[in-house]
Write a protein that binds this ligand. Structure first.
Ligand code: GDP
Ligand code: MN
Length: 387
């Protein structure tokens, strides 16, 4: 479950992690009222379940309550990478001296938690990791043992943060670790963690992902759950139509539309396509035993994102009958865009019948998943070359 910044900051407050004063507003007038309460210049921040709000224009400074109202009305209703802004956080503006990154997440390879601290904060941490990995301190933490002062000291030393703020930063890291464990987080991140001109150390942003499997013992977090709130417009469409679909995160997704039957098969298909050289755009499970109509809904869902330049349908027919899937393809055939490669792998129940139905059609047939992955990558790349 994803949690909004203002909600994660409520958790920060509960654990004593310093934040700026403010609260959430749903309409521009309310934003003006909050700015008056704060009584100082404020920042208006879009509350959506996606990062990079600053770059998208979803974070604006306002020096007066009137300006707060104006900026809030600009941000409310704005679309940020597929998410419509329905609320804004209005919070005290600070003069920033340094921007750091501080986060805890799960390192699956090491089967540990990992504390990540960097003096190069405010920007995309993945980019820092890729370009200047020496600017990042990574310390593994064992949740069963806890966090030791020497681990924190090492993180501070290697990260390049201002060591005259060691005490404050160390205190924040300890609290962040306790909050992470208490709330069963999979990610708890402060980016930026700032040192202000007047020397305060504050969490200026907050990102929190909670493991849903822990929600039964964290009932206080249930109030943050927004049914459908963390779905983008494509996922919302899928949900309305009963389609099992996950849009890949913006920074990870590419041009290959993918559908198949069974979660395991579809996940494997994503991996195989990625290995063949292009990024998948989505995960779509057409399920077992559905009718042609449902399969068409799945295809429509995958094709809605204009970034999708080709489609790979990978079906291993068991309960799913290949002829039913073939019928869907035949029915939908004219609706695929022009110059849009569609690669189909159909094996299993009623496979022969399906092949007969699809003979002489626009679809490219393959008999294995690996062939399909290579083929769709080849066809999409060929299109790009022409363009
Ligand atoms: P994100 O872009 O979604 O990660 O949103 P952030 O909360 O991290 O805000 C983006 C950027 O806005 C920060 O990195 C800061 O540079 C800037 N910002 C946010 N709050 C303040 C503030 O109080 N004062 C100033 N000067 N800049 C701020
Ligand atoms: Mn941020």
């Amino acid at each position: 479950m994803k949690v909004h910044e203002y909600q994660a900051k409520e958790v920060f407050a509960e654990f004593g992690i310093p934040i700026t004063a403010g609260r959430v507003a749903f309409i521009a007038e309310e934003a003006e009222a909050v700015a008056r309460e704060v009584g100082r210049p404020v920042v208006i921040k879009a509350q959506v379940h996606i990062g990079g709000r600053g770059k998208a224009g979803g974070v604006k400074l306002a020096d007066t309550p009137e300006e707060a109202r104006e900026k809030a009305s600009q941000i409310l209703g704005m679309d940020i990478r597929g998410f419509t802004v329905q609320k804004v956080l209005v919070t005290e503006q600070v003069a920033i001296r340094d921007e750091y990154y501080c986060g805890i997440t799960v390192d699956r390879d090491e089967r540990m938690l990992v504390l990540i601290l960097s003096a190069a904060g405010g920007v995309d941490i993945e980019q820092v990791a890729a370009e200047t990995p020496d600017k990042i301190a990574k310390i593994h933490l064992d949740p069963l043992i806890g966090i030791w002062p020497n681990q924190i000291r090492r993180a501070i030393f290697y990260s390049g943060v201002d060591t005259s703020k060691s005490k404050e930063i160390s205190d924040i890291i300890t609290k962040l670790f306790h909050a992470f464990l208490a709330k069963d987080c999979s990610l708890l991140e402060i980016n930026p963690l700032v040192v202000t001109e007047d020397g305060r150390v504050l969490a200026l942003d907050a990102k929190m992902d909670v493991d849903d499997n822990g929600l039964f013992r964290n009932k206080d977090l249930l109030k943050y759950r927004e049914i459908g709130g963390d779905l983008d417009e494509y996922e919302a469409f899928a949900k309305e139509n009963g389609v099992t679909y996950v849009h890949m995160p913006p920074e990870m997704r590419g041009p290959v539309g993918i559908a198949g039957n069974g979660a395991g098969l579809v996940m494997t298909t994503l991996d195989v396509v990625a290995r063949a050289g292009l990024k998948p755009n989505d995960f779509c499970d057409i399920g077992g035993g559905g009718d042609a109509e449902h399969t068409i809904k799945c295809i429509e869902t995958v094709l809605r994102d204009p970034e999708v330049k080709g489609f790979f349908l990978n079906v291993f027919g068991g309960i799913t009958r290949c002829d039913v899937v073939a019928q869907a393809l035949v029915d939908y055939s004219d609706k695929f865009p022009e110059n849009f490669p569609v690669v189909v792998r159909l094996t299993g129940t009623n496979e022969d019948k399906a092949k007969e139905m699809l003979e002489g059609t626009r679809f490219t047939f393959v008999s294995t998943m690996a062939d399909g992955a290579n083929k769709i990558v080849e066809l999409i790349n060929a299109l790009e070359m022409k363009a």
